[in-house]
Design a protein around this ligand. Structure first.
Ligand SMILES: C[S@@+](CC[C@H](N)C(=O)[O-])C[C@H]1O[C@@H](n2cnc3c(N)ncnc32)[C@H](O)[C@@H]1O
Length: 229
């Protein structure tokens, strides 16, 4: 069984350089279409119109972490909102050699099943996975308990409305430690990029001392916010 699995994985990897191979397609009440696909030697998680993990999203996080010179202590406590297939966890574990505590909050049980079935690495430090709506979960997390917070909430190409709200941004600030860093990944709504960016930045400046904006592609915006300069 083990040998057969490795053999098939190897075949899929090679053939996927010629054309994509879909190995799972399904949907849930939250994400109507989720697909696990081998593409160019990589296993990816996609929704109908977006890459959730290990494709463009992976590249964009690598750029955002690099451009903002991400660094953190080895005893950092990381919170990830939006688990997907685990790109962010993979980058932190492999590229930043972070073996500390990571908690991930994911609303969709199907995403969690797909992560465990296809993406969780047997040889990597486990993470704590909580199946809950991030909007509610964040209210119950203790104050100043996380050093790095990554907010990557999407349903297909849509960012849930609450993510743009002052209440949610204040809550993220509340659970960050004094030296904490927050990464927020959003796609700006079509048409009013400048208005949405300015409104979001205004709220961030109210709660954080050091706020940097990183734009990728046309509508992908990262906000990197620190409590202290
Ligand atoms: C782009 S994917 C996240 C990718 C992930 N950060 C990674 O590293 O691979 C967005 C995820 O947010 C989840 N999501 C959407 N709304 C949510 C909510 N209110 N609470 C928690 N998770 C949510 C989706 O189910 C989806 O898995």
């Amino acid at each position: 069984m083990g040998l057969f699995f490795y053999y098939m994985t190897f075949i899929y990897k090679i053939v996927s350089y010629l054309f994509p191979i879909s190995i799972y397609k399904g949907g849930s009440d939250i994400n109507s279409c989720l697909e696990v696909t081998w593409y160019n030697g990589k296993l990816m998680l996609n929704s109908s119109n977006a890459n959730y993990s290990f494709g463009n999203l992976h590249l964009i996080f690598q750029m955002a972490f690099k451009d903002s010179k991400l660094s953190f202590r080895s005893d950092a406590n990381v919170l990830l909102l939006g688990m997907g297939g685990g790109s962010v966890v993979d980058i932190l574990r492999r590229e930043y050699d972070f073996q500390g505590r990571i908690t991930a909050i994911e609303i969709d049980p199907l995403v969690i099943t797909l992560y465990k079935t296809y993406f969780e690495k047997a040889n990597s430090n486990p993470i704590e996975l909580i199946c809950e709506d991030a909007k509610l979960a964040i209210e119950n997390l203790p104050e100043k308990s996380f050093t790095l917070l990554v907010c990557d909430l999407f349903v297909d190409l849509e960012v849930p409305l609450f993510v743009w709200s002052e209440t949610f941004i204040r809550s993220m600030n509340r659970i960050l430690s004094a030296d904490g860093i927050l990464y927020l990944n959003v796609i700006l709504p079509k048409g009013d990029n400048l208005v949405s960016t300015n409104q979001l930045m205004e709220i961030f400046f109210k709660y954080f001392n050091d706020v940097v904006r990183l734009n990728y592609h046309e509508r992908n915006l990262f906000i990197v916010a620190r409590k202290t300069k």
